[in-house]
Design a binder for this molecule. Structure first.
Ligand code: SF4
Length: 227
């Protein structure tokens, strides 16, 4: 059941976002890797490729792998000049780097043959690309095109449930459940904020509640052990 002891309005989310950002700033936490790529490159292809690389891969590995690959192949046509082995070498040691190299090449082929080398700004079309699920599609829309979409990964799903904003079992359900709960202007920054917060404070196992400004009011749904 969604919590009823607080009003989940703009003022509430403003406060939470501000509190969490302050904690992360005090820890010296920088933007997640895909966001850094988005800020530096500012184009949907870079965001899409960086997000594919980021799946099951640590942030610093994602950032370095993305920079190496995109320096050699900044667009789909340039990517097709690289062999699958070369792409794999450039993104190593990202998780599943061989499979991702194959997907990145296939994605580039489709973008060139069907979209004139451009990334489509539509979640349905993006999800037809190899290796692209709802999370990658929404992050590409968010950071590549500035289109409002709630991008839910395991951190966003878990923290939203712990705080009692929603009650869901899967990230897919969370995306739908968050839409009526959260004012639109928070949709894009939500992922970036909660991914970082989930990595540093509200960790999957034993969250560091003692350093969280919400410690006293958070219902901590599903938390069995905390620090
Ligand atoms: S109080 Fe604990 S469970 Fe709640 S948001 Fe903070 S770190 Fe997460």
């Amino acid at each position: 059941m969604r919590r009823s002891d607080v009003v989940l309005d703009e003022a509430y989310f403003d406060r939470i976002f501000s509190e969490f950002r302050q904690v992360l700033a005090s820890l010296g936490k920088v933007l997640p890797a895909v966001s850094l790529v988005a800020v530096q490159k500012q184009d949907p292809f870079s965001v899409l490729i960086s997000t594919v690389i980021s799946l099951r891969t640590k942030d610093d590995v994602t950032l370095n792998a993305s920079r190496r690959l995109l320096a050699e192949a900044p667009d789909p046509r340039a990517m097709l000049q690289l062999s699958e082995d070369r792409i794999a070498d450039l993104i190593f040691p990202a998780g599943f780097y061989r499979r991702k190299a194959m997907q990145i090449r296939q994605i580039s082929e489709i973008l060139v043959s069907e979209y004139d080398g451009k990334v489509p700004s539509d979640a349905g079309l993006l999800m037809q690309l190899p290796g692209v699920g709802i999370k990658t599609a929404n992050l590409t829309l968010n950071l590549g095109f500035g289109i409002d979409a709630i991008c839910v990964d395991c951190h966003v799903h878990q923290i939203s449930n712990r705080l009692g904003w929603i009650e869901t079992k899967t990230p897919e359900d969370s995306e739908k459940a968050l839409q009526p709960v959260m004012p639109r202007r928070f949709w894009i920054p939500l992922n970036e904020l909660l991914v970082s917060y989930g990595q540093e404070v509200c960790t999957s196992v034993s969250p560091k509640c003692s350093m969280c400004p919400e410690n006293r009011s958070c219902p901590k749904v599903g938390v069995t052990r905390s620090r």
